[in-house]
Design a protein around this ligand. Structure first.
Ligand SMILES: Nc1ncnc2c1ncn2[C@@H]1O[C@H](COP(=O)(O)OP(=O)(O)O)[C@@H](O)[C@H]1O
Ligand SMILES: [Mg+2]
Length: 376
């Protein structure tokens, strides 16, 4: 699955228009697409006519820790049109940051929810709010590609550095480096200023600027007001043609389908480098060895601050029940009561999701990456 976040803290630069119509265009090209509305203002939800969805089926319900309100991501999916589903938003989403402010790993909530749910989409497109807060951070952390719409206004490039700074921070802090692409929007070739701005954007982004340019097109405005994509509204309009071209260009982009493979590889290499292979101390069970009515999961990571084991047995959830205990020799262990069977799992070492390097058995998952496998 490729995850594409549409982000820019500047309002009115075309994020929601891009999110709605790029999703619809990729779906029209035969790919299964999920659009996640991550803006409490819910413009994408309105723009695709999904605003009468039940209030308890929204991205808020996916991300909240409130047990009464929490729902599985798959329960919150609304069907929009052939190949296109969406998870709507509503104003409750604006309370989420406050609600989760003391929660560990809150910035990875969206990433973990998508990963844990094993959704079967080829593309997930995320429409971000016009701010650089908690919600946008969650989207950037989940995304393999970040598209930054830039309109032809005088101040359009002013805040972009901050957004790129946030992406850089995610790279440094959590080893996650999405590909960044700028998208020129609201381009009016009759105005000389559009040309001047486009040149500035080219100079700023160089080869990170997408070839497709989204022209100013009033049909885009009209279609949003009708609650349908521009492709359904008028498939011959410039808005429709531009978004079809954009969809093709995004599909052609390589190297983003890893979801989190690059992350895994980095983590894997770091772990290998940091932890030379040492003979295991006999008192410690080998990783994920079967024990009475369960399995022991263990990781040799003396430098780590916290380690969790997540898998299909605990819905890929990071919480107290999935936390490993550190032993005197620096290794981490957890015994889980499991009925015999086949389980998929991963370790989360200081926020990094990684395979069990002591267990060669692994299987591909729907994201095209691997999970460790334990059968007993
Ligand atoms: N290419 C375009 N041509 C004409 N109007 C557009 C275009 N892109 C966006 N708009 C309009 O500009 C306004 C802001 O766009 P929107 O996509 O909602 O931006 P954002 O989500 O970044 O705030 C909306 O009224 C939208 O219909
Ligand atoms: Mg918007």
């Amino acid at each position: 699955m490729k995850i594409v976040a549409i982000a820019n803290q500047k309002g009115g630069c075309g994020k929601t228009t891009t999110a709605i119509n790029l999703s619809s265009a990729i779906a029209r090209l035969g790919k299964k697409v999920l659009l996640i509305d991550l803006d409490p203002q819910a413009h994408a939800t309105f723009g695709l006519g999904a605003s009468n969805a039940p209030l308890d089926k929204s991205i808020y319900n996916v991300l909240t820790d409130n047990h009464e309100k929490r729902r599985d991501i798959a329960d919150c999916v609304i069907s929009v049109s052939e190949n296109l589903d969406m998870i709507p938003s509503n104003i409750l989403l604006s309370t989420l940051e406050q609600e989760l402010k003391d929660t560990e790993g809150a910035v990875s909530k969206l990433f973990e929810s998508i990963y844990a749910s094993r959704l079967n989409y080829e593309y997930t497109i995320i429409d971000c709010p016009p701010s650089l807060g908690f919600l946008t951070f969650n989207a950037l952390r989940a995304a393999g590609i970040v598209i930054v719409p830039v309109d032809m206004g005088a101040f359009s490039l002013m805040g972009v550095g901050k957004l790129l700074g946030m992406i850089e921070l995610i790279k440094v802090k959590i080893n996650h480096a999405p590909q960044v692409r700028a998208l020129a929007t609201l381009y009016d070739r009759r105005l000389k200023y559009s040309e001047t701005m486009l040149n500035e954007i080219k100079t700023f982004f160089k080869d990170q600027l997408l070839e497709t340019i989204i022209r100013l097109n009033v049909t885009l405005k009209k279609s949003v007001a009708q609650g349908i994509s521009v492709l359904q509204f008028d498939s011959k309009s410039n808005g429709a043609l531009d978004h079809m071209a954009l969809a093709q260009e995004v599909i052609r982009m390589e190297g983003a389908e890893e979801f989190k493979q690059a992350l895994e590889e980095v983590a894997f290499k770091q772990e290998e480098a940091a932890l030379p292979v040492v003979p295991r101390i006999p008192a410690i069970q080998p990783a994920a060895e079967p024990v009475d009515r369960g399995a022991i999961f263990s990781v040799n990571a003396p430098e780590a601050k916290e380690v969790y084991v997540v898998g299909d047995f605990n819905h890929w959830k990071i919480n107290d029940a999935s936390r490993l205990v550190k032993l005197d020799d620096g290794s981490w262990q957890k015994k889980l009561a499991l009925t015999p069977g086949k389980y998929r799992y991963k370790f989360v070492v200081d926020g990094e999701w990684m395979l069990d390097i002591q267990n060669a058995e692994k299987e591909q998952n729907p994201f095209g990456t691997y999970d460790s496998i334990k059968k007993f």
